[in-house]
Design a protein around this ligand. Structure first.
Ligand code: COI
Length: 356
């Protein structure tokens, strides 16, 4: 057993109403923290009151962005239990991101112990209303006070928790997406497959331009040809074309290997749908629409869950998908996935881990 210290918050906050939750605005009473040094490795795992941290202005993460994160959720299922969904996949992905960003590997069992203990302490923060959950945000930052460019020798790992509702202000209604062939998110050989903070910083400028045009998010194309669909940045993307489910393949290393993406592929295949992971060009998507074969478009992500796309704009060619309504397949995937997470559906793949 690990030796995780616990300092209780003496000033707990009132819990928000679960039917009024937005995304990422409220944080619970405690957080998990652990430090890394070359001499001690990862050490001093502890759960302490959530609150501000103090870092020198010279701290490396502020200058060179050596920072990674994860996103997963704890759900209150229909029996009132607190469960998580595929947590070890998130922990494993954190270590893959860590490797690419020259951050030392974390003991996966220790992190899981820390997360379980934190969730047990904060169990009353897990909301019960439909579509809500407790969002779990583990992250690691480089903490050397140093201005030379090299990997830091010290790090801090945190897990913070936030009770959340829908990620998009549209709720679970279809979102409008702007396809950019002007900016790129990630190139082959870059950080695209990691959850590096830098990937999200890289996405902001184009997202702001899209917002000014009335779009919720950007659909990124590949960095080389500006032609092949990659992802939305906060979610992976799926198309249903002439009965076949198509999603960009992860091969080039510039797309995040989403856990919800993998769950949808697994669920759809297990239900007999044909799923193709392959290159898909934006021309193919628009041509399919012209021929009346583009049945559905939707995004997948922990925060976004299954988010239908109602409109795509590519160089001012605007297409409406499924009359701006959530499609049958997207709805099926939403119901199956959330059914497993909230305990309404059988968990055939052993994805759900009970906390308490
Ligand atoms: C998630 O879906 O958990 C994400 O990390 C996307 C986002 C909120 C940055």
């Amino acid at each position: 057993m690990s030796n995780i210290q616990f300092i209780r918050n003496q000033n707990p906050k009132p819990k928000p109403k679960s039917d009024e939750l937005k995304f990422g605005t409220i944080f619970t009473d405690h957080m998990f923290v652990m430090d890394y040094s070359v001499e001690k490795g990862w050490h001093d795992p502890r759960i302490v009151p959530y609150g501000p941290i103090s870092l020198e202005p010279s701290t490396m993460v502020f200058h060179y962005g050596q920072a990674i994160f994860e996103g997963l959720k704890a759900y209150r299922n229909i029996k009132g239990e607190v469960v998580t969904f595929r947590p070890m996949d998130n922990i494993a992905r954190l270590n893959r991101s860590a490797e690419r960003l020259c951050i030392p590997q974390v003991d996966q069992e220790l992190l899981w112990e820390g997360l379980k203990m934190l969730l047990e302490i904060e169990k009353d923060w897990v909301p019960a209303a439909e579509g809500t959950a407790l969002y779990i945000r583990p992250f690691i930052i480089a903490t050397d006070p140093y201005l030379g460019v090299r990997p830091s020798h010290t790090y801090k790992l945190f897990i913070i928790l936030s009770p959340v509702g829908a990620y998009y202000t549209e709720g679970f209604k279809p979102v409008k997406i702007y396809v950019t062939d002007k900016y790129v998110r990630a190139a082959r050989g870059g950080l695209g497959y990691t959850k590096a903070a830098a990937n999200y910083a890289a996405s902001l400028y184009a997202a702001e331009e899209a917002k000014k045009k009335g779009y919720t998010q950007v659909l990124w194309l590949d960095a080389c040809h500006h032609r092949y669909v990659e992802e939305v940045g906060t979610m992976n993307i799926f198309f249903k074309i002439d009965g076949v489910v198509v999603t960009p393949s992860l091969e080039g290393g510039s797309i995040l290997p989403g856990i919800t993406r993998d769950s949808v592929i697994t669920l759809a295949r297990s239900m007999g749908y044909k799923v193709e992971e392959r290159l898909i060009s934006i021309e193919e998507v628009f041509e399919a629409h012209e021929k009346g074969k583009l049945e559905e478009v939707f995004g997948t992500g922990t925060a976004a869950v299954i988010s239908p796309v109602g409109e795509l704009n590519w160089n001012d060619r605007v297409i409406k998908i499924n009359d701006g309504q959530m499609g049958e397949f997207s709805k099926l995937m939403y119901d199956k996935l959330t059914g497993i997470q909230y305990g309404r559906e059988e968990d055939k793949f052993n994805w759900v881990k009970k906390i308490c």
